[in-house]
Design a binder for this molecule. Structure first.
Ligand SMILES: Nc1ncnc2c1ncn2[C@@H]1O[C@H](COP(=O)(O)OP(=O)(O)OP(=O)(O)O)[C@@H](O)[C@H]1O
Ligand SMILES: [Mg+2]
Length: 368
């Protein structure tokens, strides 16, 4: 799939933005603070219904304005999809797909698939477990929109259960119904994660071997809080879940907190058998994160039948020439957006396959 056209009004530092995009490679060049990342953010918003930089939609509206509007045209194998977002300082955001208003954010997911790699994504490897869970959840949501509802459902049950545990002040209360609900929603999440991480691991390993020219081997391990076995299916995971709740019951009452479940899952990245989070070099961490992102391209293609759009914000300067070239030359069928402060960093010999835009103070100029 690819984005053909973009329109935005009062989005970040753009009063009005209109772009006709290249189906293959789009490069946005400009000095710092000119609006390059804002474009990536706008595309991400169209795919996910929210920003990757902030949870406050208000921040996306141009200073001094009350509304912002964005529109993207997505060309897919199945036809064309039009995605519109309207942000308002006083109202909830409004989303439309092919002119039809959506009632829930979840309905947007899957209309435009994107994979983003921004400097912050190093957190997938370097950050805390919560970062890794958020990353995994976002990815699964894009492929299986239903997962989003399960996740919300699980979080609601978790909050309720935590509230009851807290209010019980250490005294035992009847939590059986809550335990069952938590275990079932939790086992659904674990089943999704298990399947997803396994496939992602295989693809990321392949990508990682290519980028490192066979020198390093990346392994991604799902270290779930609920100790299921490899062959276990939903039913067995529910049983293991309930058993562990039983074992941790006294501790849960004492602490007034749910201690068992996928909200405590972890993901471990190993390069040549070494935990990269704690022992990897900067370069190894970066390469591991990049491999995961490239794996996602294949993963999404496998599920939805076509490549998602790749958004690379400011990553070129962090990569050596070999890795930059790999990104530009080996992703021939993927529409890619690259932001950079220096065009000379990029090997752009093949001018037919790309469009370069200069970004300056919220104005974008196409360059031939
Ligand atoms: N809501 C807003 N209204 C108006 N301007 C905004 C708003 N939010 C951010 N900006 C402006 O947008 C600019 C930053 O844009 P952006 O993050 O896209 O920069 P960039 O070109 O990616 O820079 P860098 O190379 O440093 O990453 C800043 O000048 C900032 O003041
Ligand atoms: Mg930027």
């Amino acid at each position: 799939m690819f984005i053909e056209e973009v329109k935005a009004v009062n989005f970040r530092n753009y009063q009005e933005l209109y772009l006709q995009l290249h189906p293959r490679l789009n490069i946005f060049v400009g000095e710092n603070a000119q609006g390059k990342t804002n474009i990536i953010e706008m595309l991400y918003l169209s795919a996910m219904g929210k920003s990757f930089r902030t949870n406050k939609d208000q921040e996306l509206i141009k200073f001094g304005k009350n509304q912002a509007y964005t529109k993207v045209n997505v060309k897919r194998l199945s036809g064309e999809t039009l995605i519109e977002v309207r942000l308002d300082t006083t109202q909830k955001k409004k989303l439309k797909v092919n002119q039809i208003p959506l009632t829930k954010l979840g309905e947007l997911l899957g209309n435009l698939n994107v994979v983003i790699f921004a400097p912050d994504d190093l957190k997938i490897v370097k950050g805390g477990p919560g970062e890794r869970r958020r990353f995994i959840d976002n990815e699964i949501c894009q492929i299986y929109p239903k997962y989003y509802y399960t996740l919300n459902q699980y979080n609601r049950i978790l909050q309720q259960r935590n509230k009851l545990l807290k209010e019980s002040r250490g005294r035992k209360i009847d939590l059986e119904i809550w335990n069952q609900q938590l275990a079932e929603a939790g086992a659904t999440i674990i089943t999704y994660r298990k399947k997803f991480i396994k496939r992602m691991g295989i693809l990321a390993k392949l990508m990682h071997r290519k980028i490192t020219e066979e020198v390093e081997t990346l392994e991604i391990q799902y270290d779930s809080n609920v100790p299921f076995k490899e062959k276990d299916e939903f039913k067995e995971i529910v049983d293991t879940f309930l058993k562990k709740i039983g074992e941790n019951s006294s501790m849960e009452y004492r602490r007034g907190l749910t201690l068992v479940g996928p909200h405590r899952d972890e993901l471990v990245f190993k390069v040549n058998n070494i935990d990269v989070k704690n022992y990897g070099s900067q370069g190894q961490q970066r390469t591991a994160a990049l491999s995961v992102k490239l794996a996602e391209l294949e993963l999404i293609k496998g599920e939805v039948g076509e490549y998602p759009v790749l958004l690379l914000d400011d990553v070129m300067s962090e990569l050596d020439i070999k890795r930059q070239n790999y990104l530009i030359n080996n992703l021939k069928n993927v529409q890619t957006f690259i932001t950079t402060t220096m065009i000379s960093q990029l090997n752009t010999a093949n001018t037919e396959n790309r469009r370069v835009f200069y970004v300056s103070q919220g104005e974008v100029r196409k360059c031939d």
